[in-house]
Design a protein. Structure first.
Length: 200
């Protein structure tokens, strides 16, 4: 095995086995090396512009891992975040992502995505980093997601918001004070407060 392939393999392993082509090239891997590795069965195309080491276990959450690689600045939000935190019975038909207005978005063939524009303050509040399939995925916290759902209630549906809040209230790790903090950030405190008082 050539030194260039060994170096590329180390880079893949340092990135959880999944890497964007442009990040590999930026790190000094020649495109020819990637294609040699693909032809030798050492890596496989996981998605457009993304390679993955061959022989790894199947991805447990491929949609979120691939999206995090394609759009590192995005934050998983709304119903996708509720589903991640197991606070909804809704099945997301798209991966819902929060981005700053005017952000560049690559063309993504799969999975289907839905972009929501958040203000800089809202986009930087309540972000958690979760390691999924060796990839760091940015997801809004449970409390921030509840506030976001109420903010976007006209697009998401009030029944989704109230169900998520009831599910949260039944959980052992509930922090209504934090929910209110994020409600203030999202400017929905007056809307949320009666619902919070009803379930607290």
């Amino acid at each position: 095995m050539s030194t260039s392939i060994q170096r590329a393999e180390r880079l893949f392993k340092a990135n959880g086995g999944l890497i964007r082509t442009r990040d590999a090239i930026k790190a000094g891997v020649h495109p020819r090396t990637l294609y040699e590795m693909r032809d030798a069965g050492l890596v496989e195309r996981a998605d457009r512009g993304i390679f993955r080491l061959a022989g790894l276990p199947p991805l447990t959450n491929p949609d979120l891992a691939l999206i995090a690689k394609r759009v590192p600045s995005a934050v998983v939000c709304l119903i996708s975040a509720l589903a991640f935190h197991e606070l909804t019975t809704q099945i997301p038909h798209t991966v819902q992502l929060a981005l700053r207005p005017g952000s560049w978005m690559p063309k993504i063939e799969h999975p289907p995505i839905e972009v929501f524009h958040f203000s800089p303050e809202s986009l930087s509040s309540g972000v958690e980093n979760h390691l999924i399939d060796g990839v760091t995925v940015r997801v809004f916290s449970r409390e921030k997601t509840l506030a976001d759902i109420f903010k976007f209630r006209n697009r998401i549906g009030m029944e989704v918001a109230t169900e998520a809040l009831r599910n949260y209230a039944r959980s052992k790790r509930r922090r209504f004070d934090k929910v209110l903090d994020f409600a203030r950030v999202c400017r929905v405190e007056s809307v949320m407060r009666p619902y919070l008082e009803a379930v607290a």
